[in-house]
Design a protein around this ligand. Structure first.
Ligand SMILES: NC(=O)c1ccc[n+]([C@@H]2O[C@H](COP(=O)([O-])OP(=O)(O)OC[C@H]3O[C@@H](n4cnc5c(N)ncnc54)[C@H](O)[C@@H]3O)[C@@H](O)[C@H]2O)c1
Length: 319
């Protein structure tokens, strides 16, 4: 299927990811049918979308008058056939369970037209496994969004062994059209690209924390104010070019043998979780949310983070 043949979008699963993904397509003018197995989830999804559209309009990312038009383009249903049947681009954001996704892909591809593209938002499964029961496999692709999906620009478009070139390129162009920042991942490597990078960083950060080299607060401040500050504007490879590749080679030679390369689960996380600490959910993680922050401070921090994200997004849109 080519991008000009895509008129209707179907999103399967209206949880954390599904409703945000639906919003991105709605804002770009596509009618979206949102499916879930629970009516209550669909009601919550619609009200989250409305609230988030209002926030976008507050930041001039959409006009106030467009809120109603976007909501008008949204239909919700618990009937899979009426959602997937007319869909040209069908995106699955159901729970991360291989058998559930396999059955869903089999059923959906029997309900939709044979040309419709069917995409998965899986974080850790392989489309090669998800799509085993599907007959026309060339139309399957992974599009991996990041939470919150209506805000974070990047979407990894991952080509499985059998994804056709046309499907891969159409998915890429569609995401570009709806103002996301798609990236082509040409091989279905576990964790795709971004999560592998994130995990490599997590390994060293957790190692430094566990060794007591720096406190949690200093680790967070150090990364935010240096590589974090830089990376939103200049990617890691261009950073190397700007610093000089010979220098980077020498630093790699000196430090690679000394940084953590363990394949064991991080001790810091094992220790904290075994003590009943689950971060914000339990009130304590690297920080003590019951002692160091009032609920008001925390709410304000999250609101400020979202505003910062939206300002950054606005800059990106203006470009
Ligand atoms: N949460 C994240 O940060 C994140 C980020 C990237 C990718 N993902 C991936 O996105 C997918 C969805 O994750 P989520 O966090 O939105 O999960 P979620 O649990 O918030 O939402 C999943 C939704 O799917 C619904 N559901 C259950 N069975 C279904 C079925 N058979 N068909 C359709 N819907 C069904 C549930 O009712 C629920 O509303 C997963 O594959 C996950 O790995 C999640």
């Amino acid at each position: 299927m080519k991008i000009e043949d895509i008129h209707k979008v179907s999103v399967l699963g209206a949880g954390i990811m599904g409703h945000g993904i639906a919003q991105s397509f709605l804002m770009a003018g596509y009618p979206v049918s949102l499916y879930d197995i629970k009516d209550s989830v669909l009601d919550t999804a619609r009200s989250h979308i409305e609230k988030n559209l209002r926030l976008f309009s507050e930041f001039d990312l959409i006009k106030e008058g467009e809120i109603g038009t976007c909501l008008h383009r949204l239909t919700t249903t618990t009937d899979l056939e009426s959602c997937a049947g007319p869909g040209d681009f069908i995106l699955e954001a159901a729970p991360e369970d291989l058998q559930l996704k396999q059955r869903l892909f089999e059923e959906v591809t029997s309900l939709c037209t044979k040309d419709a593209i069917v995409a998965s938002n899986t974080s850790s499964l392989r489309l090669t496994d998800i799509g085993v029961l599907v007959k026309e496999k060339g139309r399957l692709v992974t599009t991996h969004w990041f939470n919150p999906p209506h805000i974070v620009p990047t979407v990894e478009v991952v080509r499985a062994r059998w994804t056709s070139k046309e499907t891969f390129e159409t998915a890429y162009s569609l995401l570009l059209k709806i103002r996301k920042v798609p990236v082509r991942i040409k091989e279905e490597v576990p964790g795709f690209l971004v999560n592998r990078v994130q995990m490599a960083m997590a390994r060293e950060i957790l190692n430094l924390y566990e060794r007591g080299v720096a406190d949690a607060e200093d680790i967070d401040r150090a990364v935010r104010g240096s590589i974090g500050f830089r990376l939103a504007s200049i990617g890691p490879l261009m950073t190397m070019d700007l610093g000089g590749l010979k220098l980077w080679l020498n630093v790699c030679k000196n430090l690679f043998p000394l940084i953590n390369s363990s394949t064991e689960p991080p001790r810091a996380l094992e220790r904290l979780t075994s003590q009943g600490n689950d971060g914000i959910k339990s009130g304590k993680g690297f920080y003590d949310y019951t002692r160091d922050f009032s609920q008001e401070e925390l709410d304000r921090a999250v609101r400020e983070r979202d505003r910062e994200f939206l300002n950054r997004l606005k800059n990106l849109y203006l470009k």
